[in-house]
Design a protein around this ligand. Sequence first.
Ligand code: NAP
Length: 297
Amino acid sequence: MAKIIDGKQIAQEIKDELKEKIKELKSSGCVPGLTVVIVGEDPASQIYVRMKTKASQELGINSETIALPAGTSQTRLLELVDKLNNDDSVHGMLVQLPLPDQIDEDVIINSISPEKDVDGFHPLNRGRLVAAEDTFVPCTPLGIQEMLIRSNFDPNGKHVVIVGRSKIVGMPLAIMLAQKKAGANATVTLCHTGTKDISHFTKQADILVAAVGRPEVIKGDMLKEGAVVIDVGVNRVNAPEMEKGYRIVGDVEFESASKRAAAISPVPGGVGPMTIAMLLSNTVKAASNFCASSSTG
Ligand code: NAP
């Protein structure tokens, strides 16, 4: 059976390290601040926002959630982002996606100051990532890279196959892992709905990352014996036998995959906690950058 890559435990290690950094920052008068904005009442978004706020408060980050009604106009949201951009106590901010239909997500993301963009979604930060410059990298791919390194599955020299090319997971991860850098330097194949015969590629993967958003589409017989499998998917499937009527599964069929893989990240308890830990890490980075520049400037 495959070794379990325990994202919860690795995330805790990272949070313990961040706690120390936050203590140091505070002792020099710099209190990291994170503001999370949510518009509407999407239940999944509400859960994610609560988790982010709780985790940042536990670390001593000055954290605030601003909840706006579903009918909020784009102009009103832009005004709020502008206010937060100009608030020196807010070092990091994010607007939880998805947004209601009347609001253009790209317009909002583009209005966030790149220096406070702890989600790493601003086009300037995306461009810096492509240029291999220091930047805010989106939290989920950053968490996947960190998880691989910390579990001694360094992508260096490996063939990494990623299924899914979204702007927030698959595409930035492909860019990161292909770079000539420590913890990267992999040969990367990126699969998507235009890929003919996905299993032809997945069977060649030393490291397989599934970021598809389809329940259990990656089966054990699609893997190479001894592969390392990172399951990003969070899918709700009907489960009438359970009290809540559903259960959460990944994009990988855990039972068959864990018989073939050398190691696998579970859902839940894998990539999810790592994503949150990286948000906290990006917030600490934003605060350090701000406080360093204001003390020298
Ligand atoms: P997304 O934006 O819907 O992108 C899905 C990608 O998968 C697309 O590139 C799509 O291809 C590809 N795809 C869909 N069906 C496919 C198929 N049958 N064969 C091959 N490729 C297929 O999703 P996302 O935002 O990247 O999220 C992916 C999953 O990860 C979701 O379950 C999401 O909930 C989860 N997630 C988890 C975390 C976490 O922290 N745990 C964070 C983010 C996302 P095309 O581009 O060709 O359409």
